[in-house]
Design a protein around this ligand. Structure first.
Ligand code: GTP
Ligand code: MG
Length: 194
């Protein structure tokens, strides 16, 4: 896989205009979006990673194999951001996921260690209401046993089943252990007919 940084955008008018399809990663601050991009591309340091939440502030495009983009988005749910309903998801995030013309598919990253979080469920509900195509990636699976990961995913699925007729595609990854990335890439390639 050839991966190169293309550009950072603060608003939709700054996105690439070459018509290539975009696959984006979204999720709570610190869930591991940027780390997953580095793991998948095999390029440590391609996307900026930090132990402090709120590291990624702009929409970052990485060109993959000259024909599609992986997109790193800022996180949501960062505690220091105002929690009023209006500001819960930053404007750039909403603008991008609802209106970016080339966004073909969104992966919502969810921390595999946690019980279902209200903020993730609210974000997913918003995607459903707006018919945004998405899958879920459970991150940081190296942080606990495989059994614990499986039971957390089962619990998340049960909660989603209360409101969704069909569950989205789900993946499990560890950027630390370099696991699960290939499955995500295979899924994307099928989706984009590559
Ligand atoms: P923001 O840009 O702030 O929204 O965060 P992000 O979602 O891009 O998270 P980032 O990739 O910067 O990772 C946050 C922290 O989690 C860093 O300290 C990473 O090293 C760590 N981390 C990310 N993925 C994994 C993983 O799979 N396993 C472990 N153990 N740590 C991880
Ligand atoms: Mg980031």
């Amino acid at each position: 896989m050839i991966a190169t940084f293309k550009c950072s955008s603060a608003k939709l008018s700054q996105l690439p205009d070459d018509g290539l399809p975009e696959i984006a990663f979204i999720g709570r601050s610190n869930v591991g979006k940027s780390s997953l991009i580095n793991m998948i591309t095999g390029k440590t340091g391609l996307a900026k990673v930090s132990a402090t939440p709120g590291k990624t502030r702009l929409v970052n495009h990485f060109l993959i194999d000259h024909n599609w983009y992986l997109v790193d988005l800022p996180g949501y749910g960062y505690a220091r951001v105002s929690k009023t309903d209006k500001a819960k998801f930053a404007k750039i995030i909403i603008d991008y996921v609802l209106h970016a013309p080339q966004m073909h598919y969104l992966f919502v990253l969810v921390d595999s260690r946690l019980e279902p979080q209200k903020i993730d469920l609210e974000f997913i509900t918003m995607l459903g209401e707006n018919r945004v195509p998405f899958g879920i990636i459970f991150t940081k699976s190296d942080k606990q046993s495989a059994d614990k990961t499986a039971s957390n995913i089962a619990r998340f699925s049960r909660v989603m089943s209360e409101t969704w007729e069909e569950l989205p595609p789900m993946f499990t990854t560890s950027s630390e252990k370099k696991q699960g990335g290939q499955e995500v890439v295979e899924f994307v390639k099928k989706l984009l007919l590559l």
